[in-house]
Design a protein around this ligand. Structure first.
Ligand code: UT7
Length: 342
């Protein structure tokens, strides 16, 4: 009897366009030097007007399905983790399923901001181990440029657009790629750390030009992100009877290079084991962890057998972590000029 969901395939899609720090500095009060030293970001990916979240998600989903066992023919659930759905209703997942030609699938979105992909992993694993789903396509997809107030220098430099998708299917706990315990948590009292005021039932219409866009208390978010990701990682490592020394790769939500360094230091994971995958794309929120994994797989950083620690913190304020042994996947080893810094 199956007792775990296992990773079968992964793929990603990033829009081609990039907005560099110098380009950004021409329209807001900032500089390349400030952004690089405070965030590690040199450019952020920008989807075009004809590329809503569903388009990015569908392209990533197509790549993952193309690499999956039987082309993912048995996928019966599509989950999209996103903070930037195409529209308020319906969810983005049915649009993606339809564009991928997946009929009669269960479809729903997960809105847990940057923690969305980890919440999605927990959900997909539950659906599979309970027998409710044969195979799940889990997508993290974001078009944050659609909720960034163009003049906001606290958010414009950070966020980018992109998507990545994973196919999960039934397997065994001892198998590489098995999803074990996913530690999820939140402190709802801190929901105002990062929020979009209008467009919901509390305030349907904008009273101020900034209301339809993201507001973020960057400094406080930074502090909570480091503390919560560290604590959550320590819990999952303890649950799995592992220590920081067992970790081959720390893939934290790609919020800010300084946050990645601090979490690694707190955990006593060597800095070179902390993946940095934001330099050329920025923070892609719910897409950042799967994009980082997919690019690490393509770059040959992940080959199979590595112990990978995943962790995220985002709006809500929500967080999550899990640790897994990376499987040997059949994706092509592409030569790419972009990708993680190791
Ligand atoms: O992904 C979901 C969760 N989000 C995050 O995890 C984001 C976490 N936060 C961050 O990454 C950082 O807080 C930011 C990158 C957003 C800001 O960096 P910071 O080092 O926390 O800067 P700060 O907000 O403390 O501001 C420091 C100074 C201020 O000037 P004064 O008051 O010291 O004179 C700001 O006005 O930097 C100024 N500043 C800027 N200067 C140039 C703030 N933003 C900018 C900017 N360009 N873009």
């Amino acid at each position: 009897m199956t007792d775990a969901a296992v990773i079968d395939a992964i793929g990603h899609h990033l829009p081609e366009a990039r907005e560099t720090n110098d380009e950004l500095a021409r329209r807001i009060d900032t500089s390349d030097e400030w952004i690089r030293t405070r965030t590690g970001i040199r450019a952020r990916s920008r989807a075009g007007d004809d590329e809503p979240t569903s388009v990015l998600a569908t392209r990533a989903g197509r790549e993952a399905l193309g690499r999956a066992t039987n082309g993912g023919a048995d996928v019966d659930t599509v989950i999209v983790a996103t903070t930037t759905p195409d529209m308020k209703c319906p969810a983005t997942a049915p649009v993606v399923a339809s564009d991928l030609g997946l009929e009669n699938t269960a479809t729903f979105d997960i809105n847990s901001a940057c923690t969305g992909f980890l919440a999605g992993l927990a959900t997909a694993a539950g659906l599979i181990t309970s027998g409710n789903s044969r195979a799940v396509l889990l997508v993290g997809a974001e078009k944050y440029s659609s909720i960034i107030y163009p003049q906001d220098r606290g958010t414009s430099p950070i966020f980018g657009d992109g998507a990545a998708a994973m196919v999960l299917r039934p397997g065994y706990r001892q198998q590489a790629g098995a999803i074990g315990r996913v530690h999820l948590g939140s402190d709802g009292r801190l929901w105002a750390l990062a929020h979009v005021l209008s467009g919901g039932s509390a305030q349907p219409l904008a009273a101020d030009p900034h209301d339809p866009f993201l507001r973020m208390d960057g400094r406080a978010t930074y502090r909570h992100a480091v503390a919560r990701m560290t604590d959550s990682c320590q819990r999952v490592l303890k649950d799995e009877s592992l220590t920081a020394e067992d970790v081959d790769l720390l893939v934290a939500h790609q919020a800010n290079a300084r946050i990645l360094t601090e979490v690694a230091r707190e955990l006593e994971v060597p800095a070179e084991k902390a993946l940095v995958d934001l330099t050329d794309i920025g923070n892609t929120a719910a897409a950042s962890i799967p994009v980082a994994l997919s690019r690490a797989q393509e770059a040959g950083v992940l080959r199979g057998g590595e112990t990978v620690l995943l962790t995220a913190f985002g709006a809500g304020a929500s967080w999550g972590s899990t640790v897994l042994r990376w499987p040997e996947l059949t994706s092509p080893n592409l030569t790419t000029t972009e990708g993680p810094n190791r």
